[in-house]
Design a protein around this ligand. Sequence first.
Ligand SMILES: Cc1cc2nc3c(=O)[nH]c(=O)nc-3n(C[C@H](O)[C@H](O)[C@H](O)COP(=O)(O)OP(=O)(O)OC[C@H]3O[C@@H](n4cnc5c(N)ncnc54)[C@H](O)[C@@H]3O)c2cc1C
Length: 232
Amino acid sequence: MPPEAAATSSPYTRANPFPGKLVANRRLTGDESEKDTRHFEVDLTGWGLNYEVGDSMTVYPSNDPALVEELVHALCAKGDETVPGNKGQETTLRDALLHDYRITQTTPKFLKAIAERASAAPLLNELLKPARKPDLDTYLWGLEVIDFVLEHPSVRFTAPEFVALLAKLQPRLYSISSSLKAHPEAVHFTIDVVHYESHGRQRKGVCSSFLAERCEKNPVPVFPHFEIPAPR
Ligand SMILES: Cc1cc2nc3c(=O)[nH]c(=O)nc-3n(C[C@H](O)[C@H](O)[C@H](O)COP(=O)(O)OP(=O)(O)OC[C@H]3O[C@@H](n4cnc5c(N)ncnc54)[C@H](O)[C@@H]3O)c2cc1C
């Protein structure tokens, strides 16, 4: 039975995930370690969810507000421009960049638009040739949307043009490391928080940094990746 069918008594769906509460966010690796592995606990009180250790939970992150503001500024926009969201709804550029679109990893259509409009992008033009795909992948490692926008200030996009070049922001999966017997109203995760430096900038993984930095006061939208059993 698909999850939605089994959960008819629950208002929560993939489109309306459960607002979990982050109740623990503890670093497991030492301060001196480059790795930032954390233990997270998300309180699901009131949901009545059944799960097994090893099942996966889908987490629906939003993007880093600081990166969104930097992009809005780099686009010479205000942020309140009207754009289509990823479900076709009307929203503002700022909200769309926060919640609807992937603003880190580039898309082929975004790169193509930059190459077409930037007079000084001969390398990108060359790498976009199909035969150069492996070189393009190497070139793109560690580069994000913001790098291209900053690198080519002469390239102008309207707000709707810009979001049309982005991909939809995807949720992330995490394995549940807790057992229902020990923690009937919560899920625990062990997560490697992604951060690294490239091209002189500090980069952050979208969802792992969302959990690590931005959920203290905001809900963690979650929905199971597994089949929801009948209500307990
Ligand atoms: C079934 C399943 C279960 C999972 N369970 C877990 C789990 O229990 N714990 C866990 O930690 N993860 C788990 N994952 C992975 C998790 O879903 C995310 O992919 C992970 O947390 C990264 O997401 P993010 O949004 O933080 O990073 P993203 O924003 O997706 O960024 C990650 C990307 O950053 C880039 N990148 C990373 N490092 C560098 C670097 N040094 N230089 C240049 N680029 C770099 C790479 O392109 C990488 O793909 C699971 C995945 C699946 C499919």
